[in-house]
Ligand binder design. Structure first.
Ligand code: ADE
Length: 224
């Protein structure tokens, strides 16, 4: 799977996508991330990519021409399955969306900065607009890293244990149950007996009960 990411701050994305599972996915040839510096498409001597907004109001926005030139350039070499703008006014990212996007081959991500991007880019090029939560980040890069991570780990062969993505929180609209490792007792706190019983059916039943209890307490909206 290939992600192309348009950004004015490629350095911000390099580190989060170069460790652990994401790096393993790249090493195995299952994931490729290509960072495109929008500044290379900037206008004039100062390679300008931003300007004031028409109609007044605080804050600059990313202008239409550098972004359009960059996207057209990329599109001339490749057909994208999705072109996604990361923005707080997009649809909220969910596990269902990550699952669907993990089946795609080529995705282009656009990271905004300042107040955002000229609406015409959204109208002309974007097939999806995604928010990672109801708060405003200073740019789309961290949101893009979250999106790539959530999708990348679902690509078949990326996780060592093929079933482990299926037991994550949200895969079945439930939060994950509590988990424990050795020692069986620590500072007087014991691992629940059932997990030491070796009885698979009982363990599964306990995990489901715990997941349901936790979901009802913390995220009743997931069951709605
Ligand atoms: N850019 C700024 N804030 C964002 C958010 N919450 N989600 C996605 N992109 C963003």
């Amino acid at each position: 799977m290939q992600f192309d990411i348009i950004t004015v701050l490629p350095e911000l994305l390099e580190s989060p996508l170069s460790h652990s599972i994401m790096q393993r996915a790249k090493d195995r040839g299952l994931l490729n991330v290509n960072l495109i510096n929008l500044r290379d498409y900037g206008i004039g001597k100062h390679k300008q990519v931003d300007d004031y907004q028409y109609g007044g109001g605080a804050g600059m926005l990313m202008t239409v021409e550098p972004l359009d030139n960059c996207i057209e350039d990329l599109k001339s070499n490749k057909v994208y399955d999705e072109i996604i703008f990361l923005t707080p006014d997009g649809i909220p990212l969910t596990q269902t969306i990550a699952n669907k996007l993990s089946l795609q081959k080529n995705i282009l991500l656009i990271c905004g900065h300042y107040k955002g991007i000229d609406q015409r880019i959204r109208d002309m090029h974007c097939t999806m607009e995604i928010s990672i939560g109801d708060y405003v980040l200073s740019g789309g890069e961290l949101a893009a890293a979250v999106l790539v991570d959530s999708i990348g780990r679902l690509i078949p062969g990326v996780l060592n244990d093929g079933t482990s993505a299926l037991t994550d929180s949200f895969q079945d609209n439930l939060l994950a149950p509590p988990i424990y490792s050795r020692p069986a007792e620590y500072k007087g706190r014991k691992v629940p007996d059932v997990l030491l019983s070796g009885h698979d059916a009982k363990i599964e039943e306990w995990r489901l009960e715990q997941a349901q209890k936790k979901t009802n307490e913390l995220r009743p909206d997931l069951n709605a």
